[in-house]
Design a protein around this ligand. Structure first.
Ligand code: SAM
Length: 233
């Protein structure tokens, strides 16, 4: 049996998360810990934490899915994680709004060279249909959801519990062992709380043998975004 480890005067359990998942050996867990501490002290946003967690999971050459590409910031962060000289890593970026795809496309245009831009595939479809656009043989390491409405866009066009649930089920089917479904949920708009409940119920029913499901949140800021991570062992 593994013994507790004494570190900086604290007793901690052995790193079970790393041993029971297929995290890459060189995953930047130290950076992740720093980011988590910054989050605890209100110095990092939910999306920063999500990006930090992705860094510990995603490898060069991976296929990943941005299920809500919006203004393209998450898509760009994902591309930077998967792309290298082999040009094997792909980001599939989905949004129901043409406007969002245009914004993502513009950001990619400004930030990437033409070879890198080829590695991002944009689709104007609902994320519940992700399996229709991602090749069946693709090893998908990350599916990321940043729910709610497009910042700077139409606040009436939001993610909806029903399709979010279908998309989570699709993500669960295609994610590979050692992969991650990452969700940032916003509760400050109508329907947001119901959507959080849908995501939580979905996550709470996942098998303990196959999944590690975790939620973070600020107790005294009830409308702050909530990062949720579903790791496939
Ligand atoms: C919070 S924004 C995403 C922000 C984005 N990830 C970024 O980095 O800028 C949420 C996006 O979800 C999109 N959306 C809403 N319902 C959707 C659906 N069913 N399928 C895919 N995208 C959807 C909205 O159009 C909006 O652009």
């Amino acid at each position: 049996m593994k013994q507790p480890i004494k570190q900086n005067g604290f007793i901690s359990e052995p790193n079970n998360l790393h041993s029971s998942t297929s995290l890459p050996k060189d995953s930047p867990s130290l950076g992740m810990e720093d980011a988590l501490v910054s989050y605890l002290f209100g110095k990092k946003r939910a999306t920063d934490i999500a990006h930090m967690v992705w860094k510990g999971i995603v490898q060069k050459g991976d296929t990943v899915i941005d299920a809500t590409c919006g203004n393209g910031f998450d898509t760009l962060a994902m591309l930077n994680l998967v792309s290298d000289d082999s040009h094997k890593g792909y980001v599939y970026a989905l949004d129901i709004q043409k406007d969002a795809l245009d914004k993502t496309s513009l950001l990619l245009e400004e930030s990437l060279d033409s070879n890198e831009k080829q590695l991002v595939k944009l689709f104007n479809i609902c994320h519940s249909k992700m399996e229709e656009v991602v090749p069946t043989n693709a090893a998908v390491r990350l599916v990321a959801f940043n729910l709610g409405y497009l910042p700077g866009g139409d606040k009436e066009i939001i993610t909806r519990s029903e399709t979010t649930l279908l998309a989570l089920e699709a993500a669960k089917r295609i994610i590979i062992p050692g992969g991650l479904i990452s969700i940032v949920v916003y509760v400050g708009h109508p329907g947001g709380r119901e959507e959080l409940e849908t995501v939580e119920t979905f996550a709470a029913r996942m098998s303990v043998e196959d999944w590690i499901c975790c939620k973070l949140g600020m107790l005294n800021r009830p409308n702050s975004p909530i990062p949720i991570f579903l790791f496939r062992r």
